[in-house]
Design a protein around this ligand. Sequence first.
Ligand code: SF4
Length: 356
Amino acid sequence: MAAPPAASPAEAAGAAGAAGAVVPRPAEPAAGAVVAPPGAGDESGDGSAPAAQARAADATPGSGGRSGSGGPAGRVRDPAAPTSLSPSRAGDFMQCPLLYRFRVIDKLPEKPSEAATRGTLVHAVLERLFDAPATERTAPRAKSLIPGQWDRLREAKPELAELFADSDEQTAGEKLTRWLGEAERLVERWFTLEDPTRLEPAERELFVEAQLDSGLKLRGIIDRVDVAPSGEVRIVDYKTGKAPRPEYAEGALFQMKFYALVVWRLKQVVPRRLQLVYLGSGDVLTYDPVPADLERVERKLHSLWEAIRLATETGDWRPRPTKLCGWCDHRAVCPEFGGTPPPYPLPVRAPGSGGV
Ligand code: SF4
């Protein structure tokens, strides 16, 4: 797909119908401002731009996102039944239903991680770089944005400072310097994969939400939307990790097909291309979806939502241990590791009975 030219948000996203919403990136929100996107009330945010907030909330609900713990003030919000599905949360449920419960219903806090916070930082830098005129979108310019974006993140979430805390000031400084250096390398690598001087994204960090005919609400954040002169849409997502092995590519594409389904439902246009840009390994994975792909994803999401609805009503959230448990923040309250989950906070009905 050729580098698409500039397009207005309206051209890129189409008019949002009654059953959906598209919220473009705001001009320049105050650092640390907490602005919830429409319908973003079921997961907590990170306190930056609406889309970034929703992205972070989507990444680790109950924690304030891919970069934090405990929300803007470290507060855990009241438990609530899920009202919508995002790619990350769908992935949680498929990985382990109990993990989904801890994150979405109990909203248990999670510790910030260096990798997730670096991901948030790099995304912010790549997004902001497009504020500059095309000819100035160079690697040095992008790297120069890192300190300022890191300051913004820390202002929004002071608890991130604990990532690099150490009783020895020199050691703490070295940890931070090393971490920022890794972020620089990821940003630099992007320039070997794409040429931002030839791109004019129609949208960046776009919050999208659509309601399917069944009533299921889908939502998420799209890193970048490019629109060609022909009107063809390309959805782009940046990953700061490494590309999966080919046998796992389908799992990686699930998120992109999810977004494609949302865009299709909002605009009645199937995106021409889905593109995953892996900054960790320097790979680009593309897929050109057809309606049958997206219909399959829709059926899968309906099955998933039905399973989530049933578990929500019965309180029957099974742990599903895998090697990914090593990264789970909730082992202390997981029966698989000898823990006891907190009391289920929602009303339950016995399996097989009629109502809640
Ligand atoms: S430790 Fe493993 S089984 Fe337990 S909640 Fe976490 S992911 Fe699920």
